[in-house]
Design a protein around this ligand. Structure first.
Ligand SMILES: [Fe+2]
Length: 435
């Protein structure tokens, strides 16, 4: 399949892609504009979401000072859990309900931004917790209307949550990651200050950077929007539409910047060009995947993170076993792209080239190896775990991992090729060790 046929239209299939961009302010020092922006959105009494790791950094102090200078009443919630759960979302929703806020500000990583989205949702439109959660785990009930304004201020160059309409959490009793996806969850404004990344430790930069990389790569290789059945009612067009010409733009530039800057940003905290470059890559990838959606690496990451037993990465708080989101995603990615390469070899080779691989002379049959090889080189250069075996998983875990991933049907539908539970086991087996 060549690129010129990638978006071929077919009878009964989608002919339209939608663009609903997030408002963004990007640049060093932009956090000092927070108060003015909050006031412009009509905020007078704000819930300021953060976590215990972020509450002491200069960027948080600057955010707070800017809100105070604008005369805005602020109540801080710093109990956000890294990798949130249904319990931590409910606690945040209780805080939001009792506080009677007219606006939300989140300063932190994806966990903080997602928690603020969920708190805003349940405080604005109270319901049973599973009402808005993605089906089949929850009811996927439509959100009745707009939420209170929310300004998201990311402090890591990773999740892109400031640009998406999604909030992700672990459902504890089911040992599975799932989420809430609804357009009203998208923040009203993203204030992206790349100075936030200068104090991040290397493991956090690596994990969040690979999340960026995979957002871009998955969006670029996702099932094309033209292969989806056209919606009878345009209002039911899904948020995550599949690869399309708009999301391709953000993906391509995010892949180039990630290839250029990720290893440098991990190795040297003083490399401002690289750390700022990764922050912009995260924004571009967030815009892209917030529009097209991710597929297998993210679908498979949910059970990798949810079933973790005793993996404890450096530089993450707490004593609990945890698999940071970006690690759980990239650990599956080389094996996934070996599997998906035959669906669009040119796209896989293009992506490898944008990440910095030498693709001269590569044939369509080489696509999977060329792309997987470049990902593995970058994982080794940033001291990532060597496959799911390094996270503690063996052959006996493959059925449970695959079952958990297969439950992520909403994401798997965005895969460029349909997958069975057996296929997922094969892909996990291929992700056991890479070098
Ligand atoms: Fe992600």
């Amino acid at each position: 399949m060549s690129c010129c046929h990638y978006y071929a239209y077919a009878e009964g299939c989608e002919h339209v892609f939608a663009v609903d961009p997030t408002a963004i302010r990007f640049g060093p020092g932009v956090i000092r504009e927070l108060g003015a922006e909050a006031a412009a959105l009509g905020m007078k009494r704000v819930a300021l979401f953060t976590d215990k790791g972020v509450v002491g950094i200069p960027l948080f102090a600057a955010a707070r000072a800017s809100l105070a200078a604008a005369g805005i009443d602020v109540v801080i919630y710093d109990d956000v859990r890294v990798e949130p759960t249904d319990a931590s979302f409910k606690d945040a929703a209780r805080f939001a309900t009792e506080g009677k806020f007219d606006g939300y500000v989140s300063v932190g990583g994806g966990s903080v931004i997602d928690t603020a989205k969920a708190a805003n949702l349940y405080a604005t439109y109270p319901a049973d917790f599973l009402a808005y959660v993605n089906a089949p785990i929850g009811e996927a009930r439509p959100v009745p209307g707009p939420l209170k304004p929310h300004i998201a201020c990311p402090t890591t160059s990773g999740t892109g949550s400031e640009c998406t309409a999604m909030a992700i959490f672990d459902l504890l009793e089911r040992h599975v990651k799932t989420g809430i996806a609804a357009k009203p969850l998208k923040p009203s404004l993203a204030l992206i200050d790349p100075d936030a990344t200068t104090t991040l430790p290397p493991t956090v930069v690596a994990a969040s950077g690979f999340d960026v990389l995979s957002h871009a790569l998955e969006s670029y290789t996702a099932r094309p929007y033209t292969m989806r059945t056209a919606p009878g009612d345009p209002r039911t067009r899904p948020i995550y539409q599949g690869a399309n010409p708009w999301s391709d733009i953000g993906c391509a530039e995010a892949l180039r910047r990630t290839g250029q800057y990720l290893v440098r940003a991990v190795d040297d905290a003083t490399d401002v060009e690289a750390r700022h470059g990764m922050m912009f890559a995260a924004t571009l990838a967030g815009i892209a995947f917030g529009n097209s959606g991710v597929h297998l690496p993210h679908g498979m990451a949910y059970s990798v993170a949810g079933l973790i037993r005793d993996y404890r990465p450096d530089h993450y708080p707490g004593d609990e076993a945890i698999c940071p989101h970006g690690i759980s995603v990239i650990i599956d990615a080389p094996s996934v792209f070996r599997f998906t390469a035959p669906t669009s070899p040119e796209r896989h080779i293009d992506a490898a080239a944008m990440l910095g691989a030498d693709t001269r002379g590569a044939t369509p049959g080489d696509a999977g190896e060329v792309l997987a090889g470049r990902l593995i080189d970058m994982m080794r250069a940033t001291r990532m775990p060597n496959g799911i075996a390094d996270l503690g998983y063996g052959e006996s875990d493959l059925p449970a991992l695959s079952k958990g991933a297969y439950a992520q049907q909403r994401i798997l539908q965005n895969s460029p090729v349909p997958v069975t539970e057996d296929d997922l086991q094969t892909i996990y087996r291929g992700a056991t060790r890479y070098w």
